[in-house]
Ligand binder design. Structure first.
Ligand SMILES: Cc1cc2nc3c(=O)[nH]c(=O)nc-3n(C[C@H](O)[C@H](O)[C@H](O)COP(=O)(O)OP(=O)(O)OC[C@H]3O[C@@H](n4cnc5c(N)ncnc54)[C@H](O)[C@@H]3O)c2cc1C
Length: 423
């Protein structure tokens, strides 16, 4: 094969990672076709950051990322394209002005996710990438070059061609394929897990996958009655009394449970396999409640003390849970009631029942371990000629632009690697 019209590299999935992979493969000299199952590319970019796209963080450390595998491998990939260089890629190369907000999150100055997608699509078009939408790949098959019996027997190896099977379209062939089909989160954006099914059929094994950066559900109807209330908190997850994780930040009550940055950040520790027995507690506000309810406020009622610090509906819920009447004077509060009230304020047990799942999760944790790839090119060690990037891999980041950072960095590495090896 490999006629003048055939692509040398086919990228599957036009999300953040696939667009970057296609762009850098084309700039490195490959003839690139980018296949997208949806009617439009980059839907998750458009949905991101509340429609503003938190395109990058302003700072990044290895501890902002998670993997079941080796930190060293993850660092190897991340260091390949340092954050300041990625930032310059957007501002200087793609011409997208960026701004850093007080939270440390980086957004386009225009506050429009559309602009992020548009500059990527324009750069791909300028580099000669052929984008084909409504082109869903459902399987990949390797065919070794005729005459190479050993390769043919192994049904893998570099001397051959990938056949990409598409829904309702003729198969496509390419020497190099980059899979960038994403995870399972936000299925309406096109993420249906096909990529993982394909690589499993080819012999890859996957680390456990679960929704991350996801709202959690609670069984206490009192909390759901507070939908819309937002409060700064410190959350703690423990397992058999041992601390597993702590997060400080805003919590938002929803009609199904809890959301907001602090909850999303800690949710992976409740969503991962084996987390069912874990306990979630929280401290409301960053304050010393023991002192607040101490001698200085002895003349006040419990209701006045709590309502002056917390939203009234929340204060009343905590009083009910502690079995303390709002009009009870703090000075005369029995010891067991003071203790119960302090528990609700400082180590408030949250009856969590699960998460909202992939439907609302921002990312899927787990996936293809980096140990199954050549790190320099993100080429599969199991299926040579196949490169993987983005959320498909067993790397996720914290909230704050880290997941896109991983998508851009891994996409570029896979794109350049595939183009080099396709020559
Ligand atoms: C609501 C929401 C908001 C988010 N906000 C942020 C944010 O502000 N900052 C941040 O860093 N991260 C954010 N994220 C996470 C971020 O969007 C993902 O980490 C990132 O998009 C992953 O990129 P990807 O290219 O690997 O996968 P995706 O973006 O999921 O792209 C995969 C693409 O492949 C296509 N595809 C799938 N299967 C096939 C197939 N078989 N054939 C052809 N095409 C296929 C899909 O249609 C899709 O277009 C957010 C996620 C969500 C859901």
């Amino acid at each position: 094969m490999s006629g003048p019209d055939q692509p040398s590299v086919v990228v599957v999935g036009a999300g953040a990672a696939g667009l970057t992979a296609a762009l850098f493969a084309a700039r490195a000299g490959a003839r690139v076709t980018l296949l997208e199952s949806g009617r439009k590319p980059g839907l998750k970019i458009l949905a991101s950051g509340g429609g503003r796209c938190n395109v990058l963080p302003s700072e990044a450390a290895l501890s902002d990322f998670f993997t079941h595998g080796s930190d060293k491998a993850m660092r190897n990939v991340l260091r390949g394209w340092p954050l300041d260089a990625v930032t310059r890629f957007f501002t200087d190369d793609l011409g997208l002005p960026l701004k850093t907000e007080a939270t440390g999150k980086v957004f386009p100055v225009s506050d429009r996710a559309r602009d992020v997608l548009d500059v990527l699509l324009q750069a791909c078009a300028d580099a000669g990438v052929t984008l084909r939408t409504r082109s869903r790949v459902h399987d990949l098959r390797w065919e070794a070059d005729a005459g190479d019996a050993e390769e043919a027997q192994a049904a893998t190896g570099p001397a051959g061609v990938w056949h990409l099977r598409l829904d309702d379209q003729p198969a496509l062939q390419a020497r190099r394929v980059i899979l960038a089909t994403g995870g399972l989160s936000l299925p309406k954006s096109g993420s249906d897990g096909t990529g993982w099914r394909v690589v499993e059929r080819l012999g890859h094994t996957l680390t456990p996958r679960f929704p991350a950066l996801v709202p959690i559900t609670v069984s206490d109807a009192g909390f759901s009655g507070l939908s819309g209330v937002s409060v700064p908190v410190t959350l703690e997850v423990t397992d058999a009394g041992k601390r597993v994780a702590v997060e400080t930040g805003d919590l938002l009550m929803t009609h199904r449970g809890l959301s907001g940055p602090a909850v999303l950040q800690i949710s992976r520790h409740l969503a991962c396999p084996g987390a069912e027995q874990r306990a979630l507690t929280l401290r409301w506000l960053d304050r010393d409640w023991r002192a607040d309810l101490g001698d200085g406020s002895a003349g006040r009622t419990a209701g006045a003390a709590l309502r002056s610090a917390l939203p009234r509906r929340l204060a009343d819920l905590l009083l009910r849970r502690a079995d303390v009447a709002p009009e009870a004077r703090l000075a005369t509060l029995p010891k067991h009631q003071r203790k119960a009230l302090l528990r609700q304020l400082e180590r408030c047990p949250i009856p969590w029942t699960g998460t909202e799942g992939y439907k609302t999760a921002e990312v899927t944790a787990g996936g293809v371990p980096l140990s199954q790839l050549h790190l320099k090119t993100l080429e599969s060690r199991v299926a040579p000629g196949l490169h993987l990037c983005g959320e498909l891999l067993d790397v996720t980041g914290r909230l704050g632009g880290y997941n896109f950072l991983w998508a851009w960095v891994s996409g570029r590495r896979a794109g350049e690697g595939a183009a080099r090896l396709a020559r």
